[in-house]
Design a protein. Structure first.
Length: 262
């Protein structure tokens, strides 16, 4: 990235199905990106994309999709399928994506709900997900994972278990919590500039380095060698939230299953 100023730069952020897929405040991820851009003089616009809206990722720099319960996932699944080819092309062209929980599941190949119904995904991630049934314990609790040598934190609450196919890169390695399935120690997935994760919170406000990574990748894609370096921000509040999440994950009150993948 160049040392040019961020002034006169702009980024377009799209939030897919913000009313339906907003479990645990995932829409806060858009607000975090918008504020971090504005603090640097980057003109950030946020566009909600609902079922049936006339939208294409062609002019979008960052796509966000949050989590929802099975019934919400069923409501958006057909619309997402219609957008699948364009979204895969967008990711192949280094488009930036953050897909959380239910959104992460639908960005894989398929998700089998608690009742056995199959919801076809769009195949951005080489992964499948399945809910083992209502009698099986959900994956609930605070999560700490290692991403690029540093901690990333969040809160998970999912019945579905995700399994990455061979060759699919994980997003992070679980230190405390369940992660994708409570067994293999992996959290989320990454394909190009697309990130999938089970971390709610919303995740970006308490993980400012991850938020800045998404912004930097989007600037690089849009401006190439003219992409500016990101100036440092006052992240004391965000880092306090990060530290509090770390403390909560390792506190004596956290269940043994929540502290370490089974």
């Amino acid at each position: 990235m160049s040392s040019d100023t961020t002034a006169d730069r702009q980024l377009n952020i799209a939030v897919l199905y913000p009313e339906l897929l907003n479990l645990y405040g995932d829409r806060g991820n858009a607000r975090a990106l918008e504020r971090r851009c504005q603090a640097r003089g980057i003109d950030a616009s946020v566009t909600p994309v609902d079922i049936g809206d006339d939208w294409s990722p062609g002019d979008t720099d960052i796509v966000l999709v949050g989590g929802g319960q099975d019934r919400e996932q069923r409501r958006v699944q057909a619309d997402l399928q219609q957008r699948g080819a364009e979204l895969r092309e967008y990711v192949d062209d280094d488009g930036v994506v953050l897909a959380v929980c239910g959104g992460f599941q639908l960005f894989g190949h398929q998700y089998r709900g608690w009742d056995g119904e199959i919801m076809e995904g769009i195949g951005v991630f080489d992964a499948v997900a399945a809910h083992p049934g209502p009698a099986i314990q959900r994956c609930v609790g605070n999560v700490v994972a290692i991403w690029e040598g540093e901690t990333v934190v969040g809160f998970e609450n999912h019945g579905g278990r995700t399994y990455l196919n061979e060759g699919q890169e994980a997003f992070a390695d679980v230190v405390s919590g369940f992660g994708n399935n409570g067994g293999d120690g992996l959290e989320g997935a990454r394909a190009g500039n697309a990130f999938g994760t089970y971390l709610h919170g919303a995740v970006l406000p308490k993980n400012p380095r991850l938020a800045d990574r998404l912004i930097a990748l989007a600037l690089e894609r849009r401006y190439g060698s003219d992409a500016p370096e990101l100036s440092r921000l006052d992240d004391r509040a965000a880092l306090r939230a990060h530290a509090e999440a770390l403390h909560a994950a390792f506190s004596p009150g956290e269940s043994a299953l929540g502290r370490r993948f089974a």
